[in-house]
Design a binder for this molecule. Structure first.
Ligand SMILES: NC(=O)c1ccc[n+]([C@@H]2O[C@H](COP(=O)([O-])OP(=O)(O)OC[C@H]3O[C@@H](n4cnc5c(N)ncnc54)[C@H](OP(=O)(O)O)[C@@H]3O)[C@@H](O)[C@H]2O)c1
Length: 250
C-alpha cells in the first residue's frame, strides 16, 4: 500500500503507549500532522513526541482525559484553531479491566463505560460537528474481539466495547451523506503491556484458540488503521475489521 497522508490532520486518543503509539508513529511517518492524547504518563508521551519531532515529523502530545467532555471540547477546539479541520479521528484510548462480573465493583464498571464508551461519545460528538461542516471525515474506533466474543472476566470491558460497535454502525448510517466514514477495528490479543501481565497458562490458552498461532503485534493494528484511513477503503463504512489471527472463528 502506498499511502500519503501529508495533507491529513489526525487526532489519536491514547497514543503514548501500546497500539496507539504504533498508530501515531505510522501516521506521522506517512506525513500526517498527528495530535495524540494521553492520560497520566507525561514522561512517556513527551518522549515519543520529542523523538518524532527530532525526525522532522509533525506531532503534538496533549494530556486530555477521554472521560471529560470539557477537556475534549477544549482540545478539539485547539486543533481546529490551529489547523481549521480534522480529517481522521482514531478513538484508541481504552481501559481494560479484568474480573468476573460479581467481582466487578460499580467504580470499575463506571470507569470502563466512561473511558471506553463515554470517550468515544465525547470525541465523536465534538469532532463530527466539524466533519459535517467540512463534508468529509474518517473515524476509526478501536474495539476488541471481546465485543463479539465476550469471555469470562471481561464483562465490563466487553459491554463497553460492544456498545462502541453498535455506535460505530449508527454513526456510519447517519453520516455517510456527509462523506464521513466510520469503522471499527477489533483486535485479538496484541503484544502490549497487557500480554506481559498475563500468566503463561492464559497465554497458551489464547494461542490454542488462534488459528495463526501467534499474538498480534501493534503494527498489525496500525496497518489496518492505515487501510481504513486511506482511499483504499473509500467504499467501506460501518464495518468491524477483525484483526485477530482468526481467533474470532473459535
Ligand atoms: N492490547 C490488546 O491486546 C488489545 C486487544 C484488543 C483491543 N485493544 C484495545 O486497543 C486500545 C489500546 O490498547 P493498548 O493495550 O495499546 O492500551 P495501553 O497500552 O494500556 O495504552 C492505553 C493508552 O490510552 C491512554 N489512556 C487510558 N485512559 C485514558 C483516558 N481516560 N483518557 C485519555 N487517554 C487514556 C493511556 O495513557 P497513559 O499511559 O497516560 O495512562 C495510553 O496512552 C484499547 O482501546 C484496547 O481496548 C487492545
Amino acid at each position: 500500500m502506498n499511502v500519503n497522508m501529508s495533507d491529513k490532520i489526525v487526532v489519536i486518543t491514547g497514543g503514548s503507549r501500546g497500539i496507539g503509539k504504533e498508530i501515531v508513529k505510522t501516521f506521522t511517518e506517512l506525513g500526517a500532522y498527528v495530535y495524540f492524547t494521553y492520560l497520566s504518563n507525561e514522561e512517556v508521551a513527551k518522549e515519543l513526541e520529542a523523538s518524532l519531532l527530532s525526525r522532522g515529523l509533525k506531532v503534538q502530545a496533549e494530556k486530555v482525559n477521554n472521560c471529560s467532555l470539557e477537556q475534549v471540547n477544549l482540545f478539539v477546539q485547539k486543533v481546529i484553531n490551529e489547523q481549521k479541520r480534522i480529517d481522521i479521528l482514531v478513538n484508541n484510548a481504552g481501559y481494560i479491566p479484568r474480573g468476573l462480573f460479581l467481582k466487578t465493583s460499580e467504580t470499575v464498571w463506571k470507569k470502563a463505560i466512561d473511558t471506553n464508551l463515554g470517550g468515544v461519545y465525547n470525541y465523536c460528538s465534538t469532532v463530527l460537528k466539524h466533519m459535517v461542516l467540512q463534508k468529509s471525515g474518517n473515524i476509526i474506533n478501536i474495539s476488541t474481539v471481546s465485543a463479539l466474543q465476550p469471555s469470562p472476566g471481561q464483562a465490563a470491558y466487553s459491554a463497553s466495547k460492544a456498545a462502541i460497535e453498535s455506535l460505530t454502525r449508527t454513526l456510519a448510517m447517519e453520516h455517510g451523506k456527509y462523506n464521513i466514514r466510520v469503522n471499527s477495528i477489533a483486535p485479538g490479543l496484541i503484544q502490549t503491556e497487557i500480554v506481559k501481565s498475563m500468566s503463561q497458562e492464559v497465554k497458551d490458552e489464547v494461542l490454542k484458540k488462534t488459528p495463526l498461532a501467534r499474538f498480534g503485534n501493534p503494527q498489525d493494528i496500525s496497518d489496518a488503521a492505515v487501510f481504513l484511513a486511506s482511499d483504499f477503503s473509500s467504499y467501506i463504512t460501518g464495518i468491524q475489521l477483525l484483526v485477530t489471527g482468526g481467533r474470532h472463528l473459535l
